[in-house]
Structure formats: C-alpha cells, structure tokens
Write a protein that binds this ligand. Structure first.
Ligand SMILES: [Zn+2]
Length: 75
C-alpha cells in the first residue's frame, strides 16, 4: 500500500520525469539518482553529490570524473 510517493497537496501537477519531489527546486543528475545516489548538483561548480540517497549531513560534491565512474559502475 506504499508503492507510490504521494504528491504534495499543493494543487500543482508534478512534471513528468521528476522522481525526486523532495528536490524539485534543485538540479539532480537523473542517471546518478537512479543508482540510489543523492545526485544533487552544485550548480556553481558543476560538481555532484555521490552520497547515498537521503544521506545524513551535508552533501559531498565530487568532480565529473568521479561521478561518471559511479554512474557507470552500477550497470
Ligand atoms: Zn547529497
């Protein structure tokens, strides 16, 4: 009975492709998000958080090479 995440009761329609309603105001790399990572992108630097989804504490941002290795390692 808990298969779907309920949309916030704001009356707004969720946009397709946004599977992270908690991060709707942030940029997330979807390829990394699908691997179970936080995947939040720090826009000023373009670096990506590679910690697990819903990790505790602040994000740890890593460079694109590390992000690519994580994204490619899961497939
Ligand atoms: Zn993070």
């Amino acid at each position: 009975m808990n298969a779907e995440i309920p949309a916030p009761a704001t009356g707004k329609t969720r946009s397709f492709g946004n599977s992270r309603p908690d991060l709707s105001n942030a940029t997330v790399r979807e390829d990394l998000a699908m691997t179970g990572r936080c995947a939040l992108v720090h826009l000023p630097t373009g670096r990506t958080c590679l910690l697990p989804l819903r990790h505790q504490g602040p994000c740890e941002f890593h460079g694109p090479q590390e992000a690519e290795s994580v994204a490619g390692a899961s497939s």
